[in-house]
Design a protein around this ligand. Sequence first.
Ligand code: ZN
Length: 343
Amino acid sequence: MSAGAGVSAPRSAPARGGGWPTRPLLRLLSPGGRHGLSIMIYHRVLAAPDPLFPGEIDREAFAIQLGLLKSSFNVLALEDAVRLMREGRLPPRAACITFDDGYADNAVEALPILQRFGLSATFFVATGFLDGGRMWNDTVIELVRKAPAARGALFDARTAGLGMLPLDGADARRAAIGALIGHLKYLPMEQRLAMVERLAGEADYDLAQDLMMSSAQVRQLHAAGMGIGAHTVNHPILAAIPARQAGDEIAAGKQWLETLTGAPVPLFAYPNGKPNTDYRAEHVGIVRELGFEGAVSTAWGGRAADLYQLPRFTPWDLSGPRFQLRLAANLARRADMADPSAT
Ligand SMILES: [Zn+2]
């Protein structure tokens, strides 16, 4: 999940309506459309469904999605797609797979599935969280997830000014996480991080230390032929910090990954990634000046021709129970029979 500063409610809040996109719908939803570039965003791929966030993608859903992607698009490495775009040689229905933030499950769960399908992806890693770090929103999720119900089923959020939050059942825990994140994300970064630290300090139970990749896992992805992209060090909202600091964050993340992999890091993903909200034109200029060859936002639409603000999308944010995925995959297959443009 994107975090560090302006994260919204948990990404996998209860299904936001809709279901699995059919193949024609998927193409329609893709900002690139038939003649452009469609870039998918992922964050995590779980080993098994998470009862707290049933909408979160697990490895079974991921495999279904890759199958659908592979049958519907020309899936390319983002680095290649950027080069082909620059040369005006992008194939029709081009698509790329990207992951943001650097979760360990990307290497453990997603990599073997990508390899099974023979597909390449680019992993945008915020380097400050490598080797045991945790993004602030994940700390909040962990705090509430692991809070023992035996305590009267309340989470003590008085430190954050939110009183005692009920923890009775998954819905209540989800609501508590949403309330905490919704409140904390509007605080200035230092204050937010200090408050999350204090909440974590008050907890007398262990929080996961292995949510994010190790340096070895970044090297493993790179050695497997996957793309490694820069995503700053601390995942700040660039628009919320001084330009000089933003430049340092972008440059240091790039350099860190280049040292780690021994290879150039030509691509960048803006943290949180909303144009004119999370980053501005000056940051696009910085990315260009630092020698990147392309960058991705989290805008759905946008100017697809701007190599330094390539739009991305998450059609399966709408996911529901897994049987729905299977049903929709079947529907997609049937729809394709009636779709003359399908190849
Ligand atoms: Zn991010």
